[in-house]
Design a protein around this ligand. Structure first.
Ligand SMILES: [Zn+2]
Length: 185
């Protein structure tokens, strides 16, 4: 039995890593293969990375499955590949993780929308502000889209119902997520 080299592990997925023991023969075989051109071409550069991906792939086999059309799948996969680096910063490290993340996001939006509509209505959407009509207060609410946050001029707050409602509007969501604004907790 042999342990993976500690420096490999650290380089791969710092800071929270745990060692795993594998059969020595397999370790030697992996060590040999990982230095080949084929491994490099396939995007593998360390044993730890290879094993991490192998484990992930195996675990995904046991996840519940759903069927989607090939074009939807490809389109989604393309978006995932393009945003891989940013997504990993948010803790999304695989394609199925990305799909789960988007589904959760969508459910959150639907819930928000169901909670507020028709009490709040969208009047207009610009790149830097959204005008809403609050039917409970019978007032117009202007929410300004600033660099890193949203601000409601009616409530003079950044986490009121109007700000929350913005996250349920797909066209607004696109604008605010590209600006890196997050859903208020
Ligand atoms: Zn407000």
């Amino acid at each position: 039995m042999a342990k993976f080299e500690k420096r490999d592990v650290k380089a791969e997925i710092a800071p929270s890593q745990k060692p795993i023991k594998v059969d020595a023969g397999m370790w030697v075989e992996l060590e040999r293969w990982i230095s080949t051109e084929q491994a490099k071409k396939a995007g593998f550069h360390s044993k730890a990375q290879f094993v991490t991906e192998a484990i992930r792939e195996k675990l995904e086999q046991f996840q519940p499955r759903i069927n989607v059309s090939e074009s939807n799948f490809n389109e989604f996969h393309e978006i995932y590949e393009k945003n891989k680096i940013n997504l990993s910063k948010k803790g999304v490290n695989s394609f199925s993780g990305y799909v789960t993340y988007r589904l959760e996001e969508m459910m959150q939006k639907d819930k928000t929308f169901a909670r507020y509509a028709p009490k709040i209505e969208k009047i207009s959407v610009d790149d830097d502000r959204v005008i809403l009509k609050d039917n409970m207060k019978n007032r117009i609410a202007e929410v300004v889209i600033q660099k890193e946050e949203l601000f409601c001029r009616l409530c003079k707050e950044n986490d009121c119902v109007h700000v929350g409602f913005l996250f349920s509007l797909p066209e607004v969501y696109e604008i605010i997520s590209t600006k890196g604004i997050k859903y208020p907790k």
